[in-house]
Design a protein around this ligand. Structure first.
Ligand SMILES: Cc1ncc(COP(=O)(O)OP(=O)(O)O)c(N)n1
Ligand SMILES: Cc1nc(C(=O)O)sc1CCOP(=O)(O)O
Ligand SMILES: [Mg+2]
Length: 524
């Protein structure tokens, strides 16, 4: 039997909120888009398990959704379930197969590659990979594996038809990260996610399921259509796209929420205003949820790393709201603490853009080709920056921006090379951080453009991060580097002290025609 595993509900009656009946909750979840249901009854005796399985089967049949039984072959036989789910210490697969009718779907839990190898030998139909994230629903016996851990188990399935579902702590704030982050380096991806508490503990299971399903459907569309048929970019498309975003930002003034470092807070806020957007430099965890609901973009510049909790929350809420998240891992190569924090953040949410200098990007890619010194990189750069930036974008499943005398930007397919800027940018503090601000502002513009009244965004735009993040990233870098050229040429600029205010002025007065005529863009 072919099962759609995309949104796999595993029941947990003990988690129902007060006043919610089990069958009412199950029916609402089915209406919200659950595609397969597993009955998991860890505390019931046999009769109660049987009755719950029977009543669930009737409801699932009404919505044409298959039913799977956790652990118990006898219950599966009694209710003629579509399948069983077995853990590593449950009945061995070959014994279960000898008892169950041919065609019964068999799934097993896998936590490491040996489990996956055995599942392949046993010719199971699917594996449940977990736990991805921490969960309070079940006492875990192995450490959580994170999205990247899922990817290495997925790779072990290459060349088989076995389906893969991730489980453990998945909810609407981390689903995007779970899906993107788990794609293996061979391109193997999940067939679905399994969820207990995000649906069962919800007072509104229909909308909880619907939220997850919407993201899943958009993900499948994005993966199947967008990634296979990448958008075609040429220099003119890019330049015109950037100019359009300049106008959108000035017309609609998106809110740019920035968690950044104390050194650059003031100039970042001023640069945002100069571009026509609205800055808010909020760091309190209590306001992260509210801010995510306002259209715009989020910049996380981890500079002095003082607000890690808020950075995690802000990114997760922005993912949930499908808003752009721009990550600037300032000085990430400088200390072990920075490296650990960067990977913690990148595991917690899905970045739309990662921006750094050569040293920072090398550190994220674990490459020794370019070294970092403090927040600066040393050396002459990468021998093959085109391949490097494309690979890091592919690996992180986002747009990657590497700044320097030449700026390199990629979405994993196309690579854009920019040759604008002025050496005086290196004479003021935090010019790299302000590039991050400009990128976040242009990405917010791209997000607003994709959802403007009168446009009809396809499902991939409506549900994943909205808008063209590549054009957003190029726009942010170009705006600042072209403004820097204009500022440096002014007769009232005598050194770094006069350069900074002139730079803000030039951003404020930047005209589309100036940008179009000065932009030095090459596409690879
Ligand atoms: C889809 C899915 N994946 C994993 C599990 C866990 O099964 P198991 O390891 O047998 O643990 P229990 O659920 O029995 O506690 C699952 N149930 N479903
Ligand atoms: C039943 C189960 N199995 C897991 C595994 O890792 O095998 S984690 C888990 C519980 C998942 O619940 P929630 O979605 O509420 O976190
Ligand atoms: Mg079990």
């Amino acid at each position: 039997m072919a099962i759609d595993f995309s949104l796999y509900l595993v029941t947990g009656r003990e988690l129902l909120p007060p006043g919610k009946e089990y069958l009412e909750s199950l029916e609402e979840a089915l209406q919200g888009g659950v595609t397969v249901v597993q009955i998991r009854e860890k505390k019931s005796d046999t009769l109660e398990f049987l009755e719950i399985a029977q009543s669930s089967k009737i409801l699932c049949a009404k919505y044409k959704v298959p039913l799977i039984i956790n652990d118990r072959i006898d219950i599966a036989l009694a209710v003629q379930a579509d399948g069983v789910h077995l853990g590593q210490t449950d009945m061995p697969v070959h014994v279960a197969k000898s008892l169950l009718p041919a065609g019964t779907v068999i799934g097993v839990s896998c936590n490491d590659t040996d489990h996956v190898k055995k599942a392949i030998e046993d010719e199971v139909d699917y594996i449940g990979i977990g736990a991805v994230w921490g969960t309070t629903t079940k006492k875990l016996t192995s450490p959580v594996i994170g999205a990247r851990g899922v990817g290495s188990l997925l790779q072990a399935l290459d060349g088989t038809n076995i389906k893969a579902i991730a489980i453990g702590g998945i909810n609407s704030t981390n689903i995007l990260r779970t899906l993107h982050g788990s794609v293996s380096s061979s391109g193997h991806r999940l067939d679905g996610i399994a969820v207990v508490s995000d649906i069962m503990a919800s007072p509104a299971p229909r909308s909880a399921a619907q939220r997850l399903k919407d993201t899943l459907d958009a993900w499948v569309h994005h993966f199947d259509v967008q990634s296979r048929v990448p958008q075609v970019y040429d220099v003119e498309t890019i330049k015109n796209g950037v100019v359009k975003l300049m106008q959108v930002i000035r017309d609609r003034s998106p809110l740019i929420h920035q968690i950044t470092n104390v050194v650059v807070t003031n100039q970042s806020a001023n640069a945002t205003l100069a571009l026509g957007a609205s800055p808010i430099m909020a760091t309190a965890p209590e306001e992260m949820r509210d801010l995510s609901r306002i259209p715009g973009g989020l910049l996380i510049n981890f500079g002095t790393i003082t607000n890690k909790g808020s950075m995690i929350l802000a990114g997760q809420y922005a993912n949930e709201a499908q808003k752009p998240v721009v990550f600037d891992p300032v000085g990430v190569g400088a200390t072990q603490f920075r490296k650990t924090t960067a990977s913690e953040l990148l595991n917690a949410w899905q970045a739309s853009v990662i921006k750094g200098n050569a040293g920072e990007m090398a550190s994220l890619a674990k490459s020794n080709e370019v070294q970092a010194k403090g927040v600066d990189s040393v050396g002459s750069g990468f021998a093959d920056p085109v391949s490097f930036i494309r690979e890091i974008a592919k690996r992180e499943r986002c747009v990657a921006v590497m700044t320097g005398p030449t700026d390199w930007i990629s979405d994993g397919a196309v690579v854009v090379q920019l040759e604008n800027g002025h050496k005086m940018l290196g004479d003021i503090t935090g010019s790299g951080c302000v590039v991050g601000t400009c990128v976040a502002t242009f990405c917010a513009g791209a997000s607003l453009l994709a959802t403007a009244p009168g446009t009809s965004p396809g499902p991939e735009l409506a549900k994943l991060v909205r808008g063209d993040m590549l054009i957003g990233a190029v726009g942010g870098v170009l705006a600042l580097t072209v403004a820097a050229e204009c500022a440096a040429e002014r007769s009232d600029v005598h050194g770094s002290g006069t350069f900074l205010p002139a730079l803000i002025d030039e951003l404020y007065n930047l005209k589309p025609e100036t940008l179009l005529s000065r932009a030095k863009v090459q596409v690879w």
